[in-house]
Design a protein around this ligand. Sequence first.
Ligand code: FPP
Length: 268
Amino acid sequence: MKDLDRLAAPGTPERELLDRLAPESLPRHVAIIMDGNGRWARQRGLPRVEGHRAGIRAVRESVEAAARLELKALTLYAFSTENWKRPRWEVRTLMALLKEYLAKELRTMVENNVRFRPVGRLGELEPEIQESLAHAVEVTSANTGLVFQIALNYSGRAEFVDLVRAATAAARGGTVAPEDVDEEWIAAHLATAGVPDPDLLIRTSGELRVSNFLLWQIAYAELHFTPVLWPDFTTRDLLAAVADYARRERRYGGVVEPGHETGEEADQ
Ligand code: FPP
């Protein structure tokens, strides 16, 4: 782990948490359901969109912390396929905030060696947003550090529908045989292909649901729920979740006995 002084100053509680973490106990991929922006705003008598605006700080801080921890991937759930049901002005504000975020943060992403990767049904977003996303992807494409995936117009079921459509079209075209479709084939055709599955899924705001997020990919993820509302989520909260993860014993359906490897082939 490098660059930790910029993440947590020596002598702070954050640094103590970090110093207790063994590099091999860190998750490779952390996924976050950012929830509670509306409640954060309501508690302050502010319009909901102010909660989203305040949530940007937490996005920036989490990306930077994940990069400094040298995680392989961070995936944030920013806009689900169901979020179109929200009032028009709220959807417009979320998209405007995304555009503003990309314009402001692109340079920092490059400096931090972050590769940006939007996932979801991007073709259904406004052309202007698609252009901003494509630009950020292009500018960061040579970066080799953290893969920062942002889920937009995304849901796990929609991702699976798209995958089944692609598989049946490929089968009809004769480029894939039914017996070729196995777990590897599916993983290689998901929006998140190429990055390891999330080891840790965090949801803020005290809700205990996975809300259609990365359904295939979280099969073996450890779940961490925190009452903290997303705009209040800090590096310290991320480190606390990572420390919680580091204490878990992952079995992948197998058994863990001294001197024995975890049975990854088992399925429960
Ligand atoms: C959930 O809070 C949050 C969202 C639906 C959107 C998350 C968006 C941001 C943090 C800002 C934009 C993101 C980027 C990356 C620029 P909620 O509104 O459902 O909160 P509530 O449950 O308290 O109402």
